[in-house]
Design a protein around this ligand. Structure first.
Ligand code: NAG
Length: 277
């Protein structure tokens, strides 16, 4: 009797510890080693902390970059990024999925344009379908993206693309093939990211140059997740009313450029997708 209850206590505690450790494992399962390759930068990109952290750096000689080993055809991709702190003027951190190997280039693009200390980053977004881009929207953020990690997400399913920041949608690009707008749906895409110098245009249109005395500049990445299991809901995901309200809130308060409102740039009329964005 005693030995039996002792045994069952042991097995229960064993079960609990297996369960707890599998929870811990699930929470920290993201590891850059199996999923990513450093692609350039001659040692300036590094995978650290047993694969949990990836850093990119930029100095006067070079920037750096990485890409996913896998390619994705639809999915929900999340990454936590902490952008270059301090005086990051002139630097650009780009984070995007791209299909550039086939004949027509597809890309879903976040670019973070640095600034002087205390002045706001610009989040620049674009969507290229079948080689055509020119769909820029730019935003400020409602927090300091250099103080901590924040989650930047790309939801890509056959009906739409949604860019989100910490779960708040900032942009939606709908599938409007019915209106003759090509949609990204034929080519799998690779996730890429890089940190480079773009002081000829990035900060206040190129007026503020990179201060190399602050180099090296560093951006950090963690908790990558690519949900490509089509049973998980993202395949049909759309913005519910809360999501639509959040999107409107961002567009009203934080959007600083929208190609769809730039009638000077499109004297013949803004592109057809603008009617439904
Ligand atoms: C940098 O700060 C200035 C002044 O607040 C602002 O006009 C600009 O949009 C900011 N961002 C960039 C990337 O230039």
């Amino acid at each position: 009797m005693t030995s039996l209850s002792c045994y069952s206590k042991l097995s229960v505690s064993l079960l609990i510890s297996v369960w707890v450790s599998s929870l811990i494992f699930a929470a920290s399962a993201s590891n850059f080693y199996p999923d990513f390759d450093i692609t350039w930068g001659d040692g300036r990109a590094q995978i650290l902390n047993n694969g949990e952290l990836l850093t990119l750096s930029l100095d006067k000689t070079s920037g750096s970059g990485f890409q996913s080993k896998n390619q994705y055809l639809f999915g929900k991709i999340d990454m936590q990024i902490k952008l270059v702190p301090g005086n990051s003027a002139g630097t650009v951190t780009a984070y995007y999925v791209i299909a550039s190997e086939g004949s027509a280039w597809d890309e879903i693009d976040f670019e973070f344009l640095g600034n002087l200390s205390g002045d706001p980053y610009i989040v620049h977004t674009n969507v290229f379908s079948q080689g055509k881009g020119d769909r820029e929207q730019q935003f400020y953020l409602w927090f300091d993206p250099t103080a901590d990690f924040h989650t930047y997400s790309i939801l890509w399913n056959p009906q739409r693309i949604i860019f989100s920041v910490d779960g708040t949608p900032i942009r939606e690009f709908k599938n409007l093939e019915s209106k003759g707008v090509p949609f990204l749906k034929n080519q799998p895409m690779r996730l890429q990211s890089s940190l480079w110098n773009a002081d000829d245009w990035a900060t206040r249109g190129g007026l503020v140059k990179t201060d190399w005395s602050q180099a090296p500049f560093t951006a950090s990445y963690r908790n990558f997740n690519a949900d490509t299991n089509s049973n998980n809901g993202w395949l049909w995901e759309e913005l519910d009313t809360t999501g639509q309200d959040r999107l409107k809130w961002v567009q009203k308060n934080y959007m600083i450029y929208n190609y769809c409102s730039d009638s000077k740039r499109f004297p013949q009329g803004v592109p057809p997708e603008c009617a439904a964005q």
